[in-house]
Design a protein around this ligand. Structure first.
Ligand code: NAP
Length: 471
C-alpha cells in the first residue's frame, strides 16, 4: 500500500511519501536506543510536565489536526475534533496517574525472609507500535501516553493512509519537550515491520488492526521472544431484552453501529433482539438509519462520511452482496451511492445465517445485522458464536439478566444499557481472536514494564534467604 494521503471523500491523492530506507530506519532505531538510555532515568514529574504540554498543544491545535484526520480517512469533522479532545484527556490522565500506577508494590517481607521485598515497574525500552487508520490519533495516543509516562520510548509505524497524522504525532511530542528520539514516526510499509521488530533495539510491540496483521506480528514476536499486545477486530453483539428502554436502545444502537462511518472495532455489529420487542426495534432502528445524512465529512451536518479506502468499501460490498445472494434481506441501504469517493449507504440487513460470511467475519462499514431470539440462553449462545471477543452490549433492566450477561458474554468488555466506548479509566482489549493484553487504565501502562521482584536482606547476615529453598 502506497504511503499517501488520499482524500476518501473525493478519491483524490493529496500527498505521497517515500518509505524510509533501511539505513534511515537503522539511524532512527539507534536514536531510539540512545534516547532510552537517558529517558528511562527522567523523573515522573518531568515526564508529566511534557505530557501536559502535549495536551495543551492538542487543545490549541484541535481544529487543524482534526481537518488533517478528516482529509486522510474521512471521519466527520465533529468526530475528529472529539477525538483530539479525548487524546488530550488521556495525556493528562497518565500525566496525573502514572507515578501512582507504577509505584513500588510492597510484598510480605517477613514471609520471604527479607528485610524489604517489593515489585518495581521498570520500562522495557523502545517499543514498536503498529497502528490503524480508523482513530488515527487516539489509537496511537493510547499507546504513546502510557508508554512515555512509564519511561519507554516509542517508535510508531502508522497505517499507510494516514502519514500526515503520523508525522504530527512525532512533531507533537517534540514540541511538548520530550527529548529527541523519545517518540519517532517511521514512514514504512507493512512489509518493513518484521525487519524492525526483529531488530535487537526494539524490545516489544503493540499492534492494533486486523486479525491477520496481528497474527503476523505475533509470529515474529514469538520467534524473537518479545512481548506483544494485540488489539484486533471485533463483531460485537448488541443484545436487547424485553425490559430494555427500547427508545434508548434504538438511539444508542444506531450510533454504536454507525459512528466513525461504521469503522470502529468496538462498533455494535450484530443486533440480537428478543422476539417480544423485535418488531418495534426493527421499525424504529430502520427509520433512524434511513434518516442518517451521508455526505462530505467536512460538512458539520453530515452523519456518515466515506469509508477510508476503496478496498475497504469493496470488502463491505462483497460481504453484503454475498449475504443477499444467499437469502439475507436488506431493509435499508445495501449499496454504494452514485457519487465520487468511497461512500457506502448505511445498511440494515436481516436473515443472516451461519452459511454466510457476514455471520462469522467482521463487517468494517455501516452495516447492522438484525437477529431475533426467544430467550437469554439463545441470546448468549448467538452473541458468543463468533471467533471475536472484543466488546459486547446488553440492554435489560433485570438485575439477574444483567449478571448473566456480565458472567457469560465472551468478551473483553461488557457494557450494560450503554454502548462500548473506551475511557482512560477502564482497561480496553479483547479475548479470542480479538487479541490479548490491555490498553488504558493502570493495566495498560504496566503492559510494557518489567515487573522486577526486589528482595533485600539484612546486610549483617540476619536474613533467612540462604536457608530457604531457592529456584
Ligand atoms: P490492518 O490492515 O490490519 O492495518 C493495521 C496496521 O497494521 C497498519 O499500520 C498496517 O500497515 C499494518 N499491517 C497490515 N498488515 C501487516 C502485516 N502483515 N504485518 C505487519 N503490519 C501489518 O487494519 P486496518 O484496516 O488499518 O484497521 C481495521 C482493523 O483494525 C479492523 O479489523 C478493526 O476492528 C481493527 N481495530 C481494532 C482495534 C482494537 O482496539 N481492538 C481498534 C481499531 C481497529 P499498512 O497500512 O501499511 O498496511
Amino acid at each position: 500500500m502506497a504511503i499517501a494521503t488520499i482524500n476518501p471523500a473525493t478519491g483524490q491523492t493529496i500527498k505521497t511519501f517515500d518509505p524510509l530506507s533501511d539505513d534511515e530506519i537503522d539511524r532512527r532505531l539507534e536514536r531510539a536506543a540512545s534516547a532510552f538510555a537517558a529517558y528511562r532515568l527522567t523523573r515522573f514529574s518531568q515526564r508529566a510536565e511534557w505530557m501536559d504540554s502535549a495536551a495543551g498543544i492538542l487543545d490549541g491545535e484541535r481544529d487543524d489536526i482534526a481537518r488533517v484526520m478528516t482529509t486522510e480517512m474521512g471521519k466527520t469533522i465533529g468526530a475528529a475534533r472529539a477525538e483530539v479532545a479525548k487524546c488530550a484527556t488521556a495525556c493528562r490522565y497518565y500525566a496525573q496517574h502514572a507515578e501512582e500506577f507504577l509505584a513500588d508494590e510492597p510484598a510480605d517481607a517477613a514471609a520471604v525472609g527479607a528485610t524489604r521485598a517489593f515489585a518495581r515497574y521498570q520500562p522495557l525500552g523502545p517499543v514498536l507500535a503498529v497502528m490503524p487508520w480508523n482513530f488515527p490519533l487516539w489509537q496511537a495516543m493510547r499507546f504513546a501516553a502510557p508508554a512515555l509516562m512509564a519511561g519507554n520510548v516509542g517508535v510508531l509505524k502508522h497505517a499507510s493512509n494516514v502519514p500526515q497524522t503520523a508525522l504530527f504525532m512525532e512533531d507533537l511530542f517534540q514540541r511538548a519537550g520530550f527529548p529527541q528520539g523519545a517518540f519517532q514516526t517511521l514512514l514504512i510499509g507493512s512489509d518493513q515491520v518484521e525487519r524492525v521488530l526483529r531488530d535487537r533495539r526494539i524490545k516489544a510491540a503493540t499492534l492494533t488492526g486486523s486479525t491477520p496483521a496481528g497474527r503476523s506480528v505475533a509470529k515474529v514476536g514469538g520467534d524473537e521472544i518479545k512481548k506483544t499486545v494485540l488489539e484486533l477486530g471485533g463483531s460485537d453483539p448488541y443484545v436487547v431484552m424485553p425490559s430494555a428502554d427500547l427508545a434508548r436502545a434504538v438511539e444508542v444502537g444506531v450510533t454504536a453501529r454507525n459512528q466513525n462511518n461504521g469503522q470502529s472495532c468496538i462498533a455494535a455489529k450484530r443486533f440480537i433482539v428478543h422476539d417480544a420487542v423485535a418488531d418495534a426495534f426493527e421499525r424504529d432502528f430502520v427509520a433512524r438509519v434511513s434518516a442518517l445524512h451521508v455526505g462530505d465529512p467536512m460538512d458539520e451536518s453530515t452523519d456518515i462520511g466515506p469509508l477510508a479506502t476503496e478496498q475497504g468499501r469493496r470488502d463491505v460490498a462483497e460481504l453484503v452482496d454475498e449475504a443477499v445472494s444467499n437469502g439475507a434481506r436488506v431493509l435499508v441501504g445495501g449499496r454504494a451511492p452514485d457519487r465520487p469517493g468511497w461512500f457506502y449507504e448505511p445498511t440494515v440487513i436481516s436473515g443472516v445465517t451461519p452459511d454466510m460470511r457476514m455471520y462469522h467475519e467482521e463487517v468494517f462499514g455501516p452495516v447492522a445485522q438484525l437477529y431475533r431470539i426467544s430467550g437469554i440462553d439463545e441470546a448468549i449462545d448467538l452473541a458468543n458464536a463468533t471467533d471475536f471477543g472484543l466488546g459486547s452490549n446488553a440492554w435489560t433492566d433485570d438485575p439477574d439478566e444483567q449478571e448473566r450477561f456480565v458472567r457469560d458474554l465472551e468478551a473483553g468488555m461488557v457494557f450494560v444499557n450503554g454502548m462500548t466506548t473506551s475511557y482512560p479509566q477502564l482497561p480496553f482489549g479483547g479475548v479470542k481472536q480479538s487479541g490479548y493484553g490491555r490498553e488504558l487504565s493502570a493495566h495498560g501502562i504496566r503492559e510494557f514494564c518489567n515487573i522486577k521482584s526486589v528482595w533485600v536482606g539484612d546486610a549483617k547476615g540476619g536474613s533467612s534467604a540462604t536457608r530457604t529453598h531457592s529456584e
